[in-house]
Structure formats: structure tokens, C-alpha cells
Design a protein. Structure first.
Length: 238
């Protein structure tokens, strides 16, 4: 039987879909500020790969890291009020890298926890969230891809000085219409904050940030981003 062009395009589409399932992920490569990005992996807890966490009770939901000893990772000094830039990639840090598969659309959320808690107990507060931008018709992930993997987050001033974990997270919603199939892509950065003026954000346990059935986690993308409710606690904004 002779194969037509459309046979081949169907095969190519299937292969692309399989590759997407196997590898279409993301992880954090760099952290820095507008003055420049630090070398790859510096100040970032060791990553166990670019695949997602799906189980909200999985301890890996903290940092996707098996290197949870705080001493394994250097601590980035930062003045409160600074915009910290985090940068994700899919396969590598070339300009050709797509950051995350275009299919993996969803919100970006950033949390902090005191380093001494190591993320356990009621330790997490949210400092940033971006879901769907109605004006631009883009998800946060689309905007991060447009920015070649970068997202800028202001470190609050109304917190205590000290050492923290910064936890940027992408949630990919492409399968989230099915229970337990939202994909969580967290990473952890270690920070030392000075110049803060004090404050006491309400803190949450990692396993209480989200519920598997809340509308921002169990979500059918066909309903459109405009109706999307970003999951988790409110952003700390004293
Ligand atoms: Cu993926």
C-alpha cells in the first residue's frame, strides 16, 4: 500500500503526542534579578527531573527535590522589595527551547516559607499569582513562554528578615478536567532576605494549599480561561 502524505502526518502527530506525554515538562534553571541571572542551578534545590507531581499528598510537592537538606543549596541574598526573576526551561537554556509545551497551559503561583521550617507544618504563604489574562487571551504559562521562561516576582517588604524558601510553581491544566490530573511543577530557591520591615503572613501547610476538587485544580480548559479561579490561599498583601 502506498502511503499518502496525510498518513505520514497522522503518524507524526501521534509521535508528537507520545513525546509530549513522555517529556513535555519543565523545571527551574535560573534565578536572579534585573542585574543578571546566576549560574544554572545556583540557589535552586537539586531537581529530580522535569516531570510533574499530581498527588497533593506527595512530599515531592514541596520542591520536586530529593536534596531537601538546606545545606546542600547556597542561599541567595536579596533585599525585600526586589523583583526576583525565575527562569524555567523544558530541555535546555537555548533560545530554541520552548520552556514548556504549549499544551501545558495554566497558572503560575509563587510561595515563600521560612527556611527553618523546611516547608513542613504551617509555613507557606503566597506572594504571587497569575492565571488567565483576559485582555491578552493568554495563560500565565503562555506569557512565561513569550518571556523565554522568565517570571518576575517582588519579594514582599512586610515580612521578617531571615532565610526563606521561595517556591515558584506552574500548574498545567491540560488534563485537569479529570480528578487528580492537574500537573504541579514546583521548584525551590533558597533566599536570605534583608531590609524587610516585619509582618506576619498567615501560613498554610503544603498539603492544605489545594484541594483536589477546588475549581482551579479540577478544571476543564474547554470552559475557557476567563472563568478560571486561581487555586490556593490569597496572595499576602498587607
Ligand atoms: Cu509535561
Amino acid at each position: 500500500m502506498r502511503h499518502t502524505l496525510s498518513d505520514y502526518s497522522i503518524v507524526l502527530a501521534l509521535v508528537a503526542m507520545l513525546l509530549d506525554v513522555v517529556t513535555a515538562h519543565t523545571k527551574l534553571y535560573f534565578v536572579g534579578t534585573k542585574d543578571g541571572m546566576h549560574p544554572r542551578r545556583k540557589f535552586i534545590r537539586p531537581s529530580m527531573g522535569n516531570g510533574p507531581i499530581r498527588d497533593l499528598n506527595d512530599p515531592l510537592l514541596l520542591c520536586r527535590s530529593l536534596g531537601m537538606d538546606p545545606k546542600r543549596t547556597e542561599i541567595m541574598p536579596v533585599v525585600a522589595g526586589t523583583e526576583v526573576i525565575v527562569e524555567w526551561h523544558h530541555f535546555n537554556d537555548t533560545k530554541a527551547d520552548n520552556v514548556i509545551s504549549p499544551s501545558h497551559q495554566g497558572p503560575c503561583l509563587v510561595y515563600m516559607a521560612p527556611l527553618e521550617s523546611n516547608g513542613l507544618g504551617n509555613s507557606w504563604f503566597k506572594i504571587y499569582e497569575q492565571g488567565f489574562n483576559v485582555e491578552r487571551n493568554m495563560w500565565c504559562t503562555d506569557i512565561v513562554r513569550e518571556n523565554h521562561g522568565k517570571l518576575s516576582v517582588k519579594i514582599p517588604t512586610k515580612i521578617s528578615n531571615g532565610e526563606y524558601i521561595l517556591r515558584p510553581e506552574i500548574i498545567a491544566l491540560h488534563n485537569a478536567r479529570r480528578l487528580g490530573e492537574a500537573q504541579f511543577y514546583p521548584s525551590c530557591v533558597q533566599l536570605s532576605v534583608t531590609g524587610a520591615t516585619g509582618g506576619s503572613p498567615k501560613m498554610y501547610s503544603i498539603d492544605k494549599l489545594y484541594s483536589p476538587t477546588e475549581p482551579g485544580i479540577l478544571f476543564d480548559k474547554k470552559n475557557g480561561g476567563a472563568s478560571y479561579v486561581i487555586p490556593g490561599p490569597p496572595v499576602y498583601s498587607p
